[in-house]
Ligand binder design. Structure first.
Ligand code: DC
Length: 212
């Protein structure tokens, strides 16, 4: 008999806590973890490295089709400007199509996976056994990102981080293909006033009930 595959979708905007939650859930359940934002970031890094324009769909499609594992190790993968460029390349339908098969294959590999991103519960894995959508106020998310950057030795101006995040949210939510939004059957959680442990505990109770 085929091994059962468990899929957990975690979606939300930047710094909503989805990466932290997805990693903890993957550890807890012994599942694989895929940070799908990293794929779009790696596509953006490839386009920028080749002197291309993230707004050009053909450059993005070629970069997505030629993506290699080592692209996910790019030292500037987490940089804010790469996040912006990733948000631009991710609006191209051909870039999304090129990355879709990889994400679905990853999810289908036993024992299953926790995938975090923007469209996991709605487009990539609409059949996921559990779907979680995290959000938090823009101010809180900007503060978290500034703190995270500081821990990496990067000083940043909070008002600028906030503005860039707002631009990115608008682009990611407003695009025609697979926009950022909660699946209708997702557990939605506002993490503004919650600790990572509280988010994890609530997610665990919900998943336990869903996967029973
Ligand atoms: O989660 P992140 O900040 O690393 O994502 C970078 C960008 O990638 C984000 O602004 C939009 C895009 N993205 C997407 O369109 N779909 C996903 N499933 C994940 C990320």
């Amino acid at each position: 008999m085929a091994e059962p595959v468990v899929t957990i979708a975690v979606d939300g905007p930047a710094a909503s806590g989805k990466g932290t939650l997805a990693r903890r859930l993957a550890d807890h359940f012994g599942l694989n973890h895929l940070d799908t934002g990293g794929l779009y970031r790696a596509v953006a890094v490839r386009v920028l490295r080749q002197g291309g324009d993230p707004a050009d769909e053909a450059s993005g499609e070629t970069a997505a089709q030629n993506l290699e594992t080592q692209d996910l190790e790019a030292p500037n993968l987490r940089a804010e400007e790469v996040g912006q460029a990733a948000s631009i390349v991710s609006a191209h339908p051909k870039v999304r199509a090129a990355l879709l098969i990889y994400q679905r294959d990853f999810a289908a590999t036993p024992p299953g996976a926790v995938l975090d991103g923007r469209d996991i519960g709605t487009v990539v894995c609409p059949e996921a056994g559990a779907k979680i959508y995290l959000d938090a106020s823009l101010e809180t998310r900007a503060k978290r990102r500034v703190k995270e950057l500081r821990l990496r030795g990067v000083e940043s101006i909070e008002s600028r981080v906030l503005q860039e995040m707002q631009d990115r949210d608008a682009r990611d939510s407003g695009r025609a293909v697979a926009p950022l939004k909660a699946a209708e059957d997702a557990l939605t959680m506002d993490t503004t006033d919650l600790s990572p442990d509280e988010v994890f505990d609530r997610a665990l109770s919900y998943i336990a009930a869903r996967l029973e």
